[in-house]
Design a protein around this ligand. Structure first.
Ligand code: 13P
Length: 268
């Protein structure tokens, strides 16, 4: 039996962290946690996430409709985005949206985080794509994010911010922290003349480590078509985090690629 009050306190703690770390300004950002298939806790709209107390936190159903909210509080205006993640990723227990400085700068410049520059980022994140711009609070953002959900655990939101999700609130927050750290390193190394990227072989060895660890969540090491072909993937295949040619392929693409491989092995 989950203790809702403890989860509300944890949401407030994470709100403080994202605020104190400059990952959100003023009233920006939002956080949610899944209690069960029909009940979710979320931050209210229009408050600083750095100064919340448990009575601020709202409870909504799977459609984002209010189940309980104290007087003066309404669920986040981005609740549809959170609900889309839960709907399409049953493994996800928590969603964190923030506007971290460096990650958001990449989202504004339209540059996905695809350069393999350090082992931790390659293992934890793979690449971080950019979901096409959508007007906040509308279905446009959930629709834009949707196509990346099966392949990544974090996405940048074009001209807006970042979204991270995982199997716990702490892990979703850590994912956001990793995205920002990676973006900051990428930015700084670009200022220093450009990063010296890890080689394809080094990336593939890191992917192999991730597979061996059996880390949860979605990552190109597990889902990229090129990886399934036994080739280096994500960072090295050049398409994954862009929308045209993508590791974020449809199920039909996956079936077609597997069929092709089987036929090749059978000599057909
Ligand atoms: P809410 O306060 O409604 O959650 O919105 C904050 C935000 O960052 C919107 O993108």
């Amino acid at each position: 039996m989950v203790n809702e009050f403890e989860i509300k306190k944890e949401i407030c703690d994470i709100g403080k962290r994202i605020y104190n770390r400059g990952m959100v300004a003023a009233n920006d950002g939002n956080i949610s946690v899944k209690l069960n298939d029909h009940e979710f806790l979320c931050t209210p709209t229009g408050v600083s996430k750095g100064f919340m107390t448990p009575e601020y936190i709202c409870k909504v159903d799977e459609n984002g409709q209010v189940i309980q909210a104290n007087k003066g509080f309404k669920p986040s205006s981005e609740i549809k985005m959170h609900m889309r993640v839960y709907k399409e990723r049953p493994d996800v227990q928590s969603v964190v949206h923030a506007h971290p400085m460096y990650a958001t700068a990449f989202a504004i410049a339209g540059i996905p985080l695809t350069q393999p520059i350090m082992p931790e980022a390659v293992i934890a994140l793979g690449c971080v794509p950019i979901a096409e711009y959508g007007t906040p609070s509308t279905e446009e953002i959930p629709n834009a994010v949707s196509k990346y959900l099966q392949y990544f655990d974090a996405v940048l939101l074009e001209n807006h911010g970042a979204l991270a999700y995982s199997d716990s609130l702490l892990n979703a927050y850590h994912k956001m922290e990793s995205v920002e750290f990676y973006a900051q390193l990428l930015f700084l190394s670009r200022q220093l003349g450009g990063p010296k990227e890890l080689s394809k072989a080094q990336v593939e060895r890191l992917y192999e480590i991730r597979r061996q660890f059996g880390l949860k969540g979605k990552h190109p090491a597990n889902v990229c078509l090129n990886a399934k072909d036994g080739k280096p993937s994500c960072h090295s295949c050049g398409g994954c985090a862009n929308t045209e040619k993508s590791c974020a392929a449809s199920d039909e693409d996956v079936v077609a690629a597997i069929t092709k491989k089987v036929m090749k092995e059978l000599g057909l």
